[in-house]
Structures are given as structure tokens and as C-alpha cells.
Design a protein around this ligand. Structure first.
Ligand code: XIL
Length: 321
């Protein structure tokens, strides 16, 4: 195609990017498109920089998977979003099943951040330092970090990441904040209080796992609200799911057209907000999308189909920039 990253840059954005994952690197046809900087100026490792991948045993670090993604991106001249440092999910069992005090878990968390962000110091554009801290009702997720450290874990994580890699932009990344509501309101309060306390925070990541026909009409308003807090904003994990599969298979032209319109709406929202610096899709092809295995009956969420051919959604992205 004419190039999604080219279109994003022409519109004044920093990048258009894609998530990827190491097992996909054996697929030459897949890599050919991933490596094309006209399409993608940015890469996110879908799994290989997460805690379970990088510190499977306490204080034993494995960077091979993350390094492989970084090397690929560096070779192509693509920037990398580091994903992620602190998250309730994909934690090794020594974290989830450990017996912790505030002091011991704080030390373990700081050690994790110092080592992982330290290993990639100067090499990643940004880090999703804290991923998904809120429940949908706006309360804090009562994960192992919150339970043992309290909400201070967020400030400590951000400060530790800043010390480990002073040049990486530090993000909080969250989903279901694409529209106004309790979760979005809580995030805004958190960002305001972190800023007031001079805690280092540079960005809000809006994941963007959406449903065909249901793109929030206030997405642009929300992106502008977040940017008004004095941080940059990025759409970090965009995919727009077709639901009711396999009932809707084969996809009707109408569904694909709706998906095209939906992708265009999301890109337009980012495009209209100067503080929205880039968009990342959560892998570019239905061949490797996480959606079907995670959400029963959902799929076909990406701009390229499982044969690596572009879908109408691709043109929606182009039109949005
Ligand atoms: C997903 C990966 O894509 C899957 O391969 C893995 O099995 C589960 O995690 N929000 C996030 C991402 O922040 O890290 C998740 O990635 C998708 C939801």
C-alpha cells in the first residue's frame, strides 16, 4: 500500500506502528511487511518485554526475546515502545504467589524496573511503566502491587523508570478510557495528582481495543482532555473487533466497510489532537491477532487479513491522517 507511517508523518505525527511477537519472526512474508518503514515507523513487543518474559525467577533476567524485537526495529530504523514494566497480568508466579511486605515488594519492583529499563536504556522511545491500573468502575485494581504497596506503587515505578532511563518517555497505559466514564475520570485525577507531586510522567497510552460499529463518539474529546493535562497521548494497541463470529463469516462487505469507517474515525480523532503523537495497531494482520483466542466469537480486527492482504480498514487509516 501507499504507507501508513508515511501518511502519519505527513500529518505531523511521530509514527504509525504495530505490535509484533517473536514467534512471528519465522514468517518471511509477515516480516517483509513489518520491516517496511513506509507502513510502520514503530514496533511494540507484544509479549517479550513483559515481567514473566524478562524476570521469570527473582533477579534472573532474560532479555533474548526483547533484544530480538529491538534488534529488528533498530535494523529497520523503527522506534520501539517498551511494553511493559508493571502490570497485574503476565507476572511470574514468584511475584503473584510470593509473601510480600510493602518493603520487600517495593524492592522487588524497583529491581525489576531498574534492570529491564536499564538494559534498554537509550534504546526505547518510551515505556508503558504502569499498565492497566484501574478497574472499569474507576477504583484501583487490587493487584499484588496495590495490595502490598498502595497507590504509591505507581509513583515509585515512574520514579524508578526515570532513574533507569532518563530519556525514555514514561507512560501510563489503559483501556476503556476511549470514552468518558468512571475509569477515565480516575485516570485524569491520578495524572493530575502525579503532576502536582512532580512525579515523572510523560504520556497516557490509550489502548483502543474497540468493537466494529462502536467507536466511542467522544474519543477525540477524551484524547484532547488527556493532552490538556500536560502529557503526550498515543493510541497504543488499536484493533477493531468484528463480533459474533462465525455467524458473520464470511465477512460481509457491509461489515468491512463499517470497520473501514471505524478505523478512519479513530485516526481522525488522533489526527485532530496535536498532543496525540502516534498510533500503534496490536499487530497488523488477522493471522497473528490476539483477539480470537482471548474474546470468544470476536476477530478479524486488523487492517490486513490472514493472507496478509490489506482490508478496507487500511484505506480508512490512510483517509484518517
Ligand atoms: C496480549 C498479547 O497480545 C497476547 O499475545 C498475550 O497472550 C496476552 O497479552 N493489553 C495489553 C497487552 O496491554 O499487553 C495485551 O497483549 C493485550 C491487552
Amino acid at each position: 500500500g501507499p504507507g501508513l507511517n508515511l501518511a502519519a508523518k505527513k500529518a505531523g505525527k511521530k509514527y504509525f506502528g504495530s505490535a509484533t511477537d517473536n514467534p512471528e519472526f519465522t514468517d518471511a512474508a509477515y516480516l517483509k511487511i513489518l520491516n517496511d518503514t513506509n507502513e510502520f515507523g514503530q514496533i511494540t513487543p507484544g509479549n517479550s518485554m513483559k515481567w514473566d518474559a524478562t524476570e521469570p525467577e527473582q533477579n534472573t533476567f532474560t532479555f533474548s526475546g526483547g533484544d530480538q524485537v529491538l534488534d529488528l526495529a533498530e535494523g529497520n530504523g523503527q522506534i520501539v515502545r517498551g511494553h511493559n514494566l508493571v502490570w497485574y497480568n503476565q507476572l511470574p508466579s514468584w511475584v503473584t504467589s510470593g509473601t510480600w511486605t510493602n518493603a520487600t515488594l517495593t524492592a522487588a519492583m524497583k529491581n525489576h524496573i531498574t534492570n529491564v529499563a536499564g538494559h534498554y536504556k537509550g534504546k526505547v522511545y518510551c515505556w508503558d511503566v504502569v499498565n492497566e491500573p484501574f478497574n472499569d468502575d474507576g477504583t484501583y485494581r487490587t493487584d499484588v502491587f496495590y495490595e502490598n504497596i498502595g497507590i504509591e506503587y505507581i509513583a515509585i515505578a515512574l520514579q524508578t523508570a526515570r532513574e533507569a532511563d532518563p530519556n525514555a518517555k514514561l507512560y501510563i497505559n489503559e483501556y476503556n478510557i476511549e470514552y468518558a466514564g468512571a475509569k477515565a475520570t480516575s485516570l485524569v485525577s491520578l495524572v493530575q495528582s502525579l503532576k502536582a507531586a512532580n512525579v515523572p510522567l510523560d504520556g497516557i497510552g490509550v489502548q483502543g481495543h474497540l468493537i466494529v460499529g462502536e467507536v466511542p463518539t467522544d474519543l477525540e474529546t477524551q484524547l484532547a482532555l488527556y493532552a490538556s493535562l500536560g502529557v503526550e497521548v498515543a493510541i497504543t494497541e488499536l484493533d477493531i473487533h468484528v463480533t459474533d463470529l462465525p455467524t458473520t463469516l464470511p465477512e460481509t462487505a457491509a461489515l468491512l466497510a463499517q470497520q473501514q469507517e471505524d478505523y478512519q474515525s479513530v485516526i481522525t480523532a488522533c489526527n485532530n489532537v496535536p498532543g496525540c503523537i502516534g498510533v500503534t495497531i496490536w499487530d497488523y494482520t488477522d493471522k497473528y491477532s490476539w483477539v480470537p483466542s482471548t474474546f470468544s466469537g470476536q476477530g478479524d480486527a486488523c487492517p490486513w487479513d490472514a493472507n496478509l492482504d490489506i482490508k478496507p480498514a487500511y484505506n480508512g487509516i490512510l483517509a484518517g491522517f
